[in-house]
Structure formats: C-alpha cells, structure tokens
Design a protein around this ligand. Structure first.
Ligand SMILES: [Zn+2]
Length: 410
C-alpha cells in the first residue's frame, strides 16, 4: 500500500479544514471531526465546560441521542458522540455511501447550529455529576487527585486544569449562557478539522460538505497551540504521596515532566527501551513484581512520563524505588540494546497494516496534537534519525526534574 498517511488537505470558503483520502471501491465512509478546543480552554471557575458542551451539542440534531445511535447502527455503521480531551473534542461516524449526506446534515447541525437552553442544561447536569462519581468514589478522592495534578503541573500550562469532567462545584455553576459562549467561540469552521476516508473524488466530497450545514459561514478563529514549556522556569520537586489501602501488595506510580524538545517518535523509542529494561530487572531478574511499565503522554507543551508498577512484594519497596532510578541512569550503558529496540520499533512500524479506522484515528490524533498530519515516511524518518545520544539526553531529564510519586501500601 502507498503511504496511508498521505491526505489531501482543503480549506473550505468558511475556513473549515477538510483532510481527505480517496480509497477507490470503499463501501463505507469514515468521518472524524476534531474541534480544536478542550479542557485547556475551560475558563477559570468553569471547569468541565468543554465536556459539558460535548454532552449537550448532539441534542441539537433534531433527534434524540438514542435515536441517532440507533439510525447509524441500523444502517450498518456507528456514531460516536464525543470525547473531550485537554486540547480537542472529537466526534466520529461511519455510514454507507448512500447515507453520507443525511449523516453530514445531522452532525453539521449540532456542530454548527446548536442552541443551548436552560431546561436541557438542567436535565444533563445529573448525568455529568454521575460521570464525576464514576471517576471519583468521593469528593476527597477528587481533591487528592487535584493536589497531585497541581503539584506536578505547577508553573506549566496545565496548572489550571481541574480534570476534563471538572469539579462538582463548577459543573453546578455552569449556565446555558456559558455553554453558548464556549460553543460560539470554539465550534466554528475555522477551529474545526474534518477527516474523511471514502471513495468520493475530492471535488465531489467538498461539494457535499459545502452544501451541508458544515459549509455555513460563522465568525471565529483557529486556536493557537501552546508553545513548548520553558523548563528553565520549572522548579524541580519530588513529592511522595503515601496511601494506605486495603491491598495485599504495594503499588508505585512515578510521574515526571519531560521537555518537548524531542520528537514523539524518539520519545516512543525511549519508552520501549526503559519499559523493557525495567521489566527485565524487576520481573525477570529480581522476581519482585509481575509488571513494570513506562508510558509517555504528549501534553503539547511538554511530555509526562509515568512509571507504573502495579503489584510488588511489600518487602521490596525500597529496592523497587532504587531499581527505577538506576534503570533510567543505566540507559547510558545500553547502547546495544538501544540498537535492537530501534530496529524492532522501525520494523513494527513498517509492517503495521493500517485499517481505515486506524488511519482515521491516527489522522485525528495528529490533527489534535499538531493541527497538521505527517506522512508515514516523515514519521519513519524520525525513528530512523533517533540516536543513542537522544536516549542519554532524555534520561538526564529525570534528574532534578519535577516528579510525583504515589506509593500505595496496606
Ligand atoms: Zn462525558
């Protein structure tokens, strides 16, 4: 297959970005909408506003949510009515070719013409409060989580974030005016990208989108993604939270902030390198835990590294901590292993067969974090150019950095 991530990019007259790929013979249409605003755009004292809009906007398509979902199901496709993250809100659908115009009409209506009224807001509040309850068993859990986030994100752009769902107090205070204002500011064609995978020719596709509600003119502008954090100004700290719970084994989670100067592909190689080293030391050599893992999350302005060891023998508590720190330091002694991990990563990347859904979600993710997409070749080049020196530099960022550790014991 040719490069799966080569798209045709068009901007409609009203400013809407359309990222499309024509796949001849494709029977269904896969569509993803990225609204370039999320919890990061929540005003102070109105946490959860972006998420609230995501919940309520689809009520403006003229049909009930369950009816929309059923219609898509019945046609053999599906609809996903929203996910809010820090920097974007996304919606998706898949339908047969012949239903495309109707589906666009649906989504177009609620993405461009929603009106929020008092009654709908009141009806939705209990649902959102329940979602809060699903995440946090009690208010104290939420408060603890906020202390953790604030400790970790202090002086960064994420310091103001109170979670995607928001605080209970803020959710209760949100009015239909707040929702409308947020919607009018960010749900504009200029601040939206649509990804379409279909057998339609580009010209036909653009015509169909332009004549749907998505072609409507609205004033607005594209938000600007935050700049990479200046790590000179981020004071180091290491904070440990000890929790006592009714568990029979220990749990440790260590979060670190990392600067955004390394490309994502390079950071992914580091992620695998350290995960494998940790796993070998903690499980294969010492047999003190069954799992050890490093995850690195992209926060646009910086990365967050999360080392997670879910279950270990309590008597090994201090050894575990030492092994984590040693493993990161010893990255510098593992050049051969780096060569191997890099080769594995590139080979897996080359061999991976993307489904249409996979291409759609990758494109949406790239648009969310970068506002542009990269070709598979560009992504592969990042992996190829990654050097062992990069690994040493990333591991050095763990020293004197900002970290937060949660240690759970019985
Ligand atoms: Zn929700």
């Amino acid at each position: 297959m040719k490069d799966p991530f080569i798209f045709e990019k068009s901007i409609l007259e009203n400013g809407l970005t359309v990222v499309s790929k024509q796949i001849p013979g494709k029977k269904r249409v896969d569509v993803g909408f990225v609204i370039h605003a999320g919890a990061y755009q929540d005003p102070v004292g109105k946490s959860g506003l972006a998420h609230f809009v995501e919940h309520l906007a689809p009520h403006n398509s003229g049909l009930s949510i369950s009816q929309i979902l059923k219609n898509f199901d019945l046609a053999g496709g599906f609809a996903e009515l929203g996910e809010t993250r820090f920097f974007d809100t996304s919606y998706q659908f898949c339908c047969p070719l012949e239903n495309f115009e109707d589906s666009l009409d649906f989504f177009g209506k609620f993405l461009m013409e929603a009106l929020f009224d008092k009654k709908a807001v009141l009806n939705e509040k209990p649902i959102i409060i329940n979602e809060f309850g699903e995440k946090y068993a009690c208010d104290r859990d939420y408060k603890k989580h906020m202390i953790q986030l604030q400790e970790l994100y202090r002086d960064t752009i994420l310091a103001k974030i109170k979670g995607v769902v928001g605080s209970k107090k803020d959710i209760r205070n949100i009015t239909h005016h707040d929702l409308q204002e947020f919607y009018n500011t960010y749900y504009t064609p200029q601040n939206m990208s649509v990804v379409v995978l279909s057998s339609f020719k580009k010209e036909d596709l653009l015509k169909k989108i332009s004549s749907s509600p998505l072609g409507k003119k609205k004033s607005g502008k594209r938000i600007v993604l935050p700049e990479p954090a200046d790590f000179e100004n981020i004071l180091p700290s290491d904070y440990t939270e000890r929790r006592r719970n009714r568990v029979s084994s220990g749990m440790i989670q260590v979060n670190h902030l990392l600067p955004k100067k390394f490309p994502r592909g390079t950071v992914q190689i580091f992620e695998k390198l350290v995960s494998d080293l940790l796993f070998n030391k903690i499980r294969e050599e010492k047999r003190i835990a069954y799992q050890a893992n490093l995850d690195i999350i992209d926060h646009v302005s910086f990365y967050e590294s999360i080392i997670y060891i879910p279950s270990f023998e309590l008597k090994s508590k201090n050894i575990i901590w030492r092994i984590i720190m040693e493993t990161i330091e010893q990255v510098a002694d593992n050049e051969e292993f780096f060569d191997e991990v890099k080769k594995i990563t590139i080979n897996k990347f080359n061999l991976y067969e993307h489904s249409a859904e996979g291409i759609l979600s990758s494109a949406m993710e790239m648009l969310s974090f970068n506002h542009i997409t990269f070709s598979k070749k560009e992504l592969r080049d990042v992996l190829k150019k990654t050097t062992f020196q990069d690994m040493i530099e990333i591991s050095a960022c763990y020293k004197n950095g900002r970290s937060f550790c949660i240690l759970e014991t019985p």
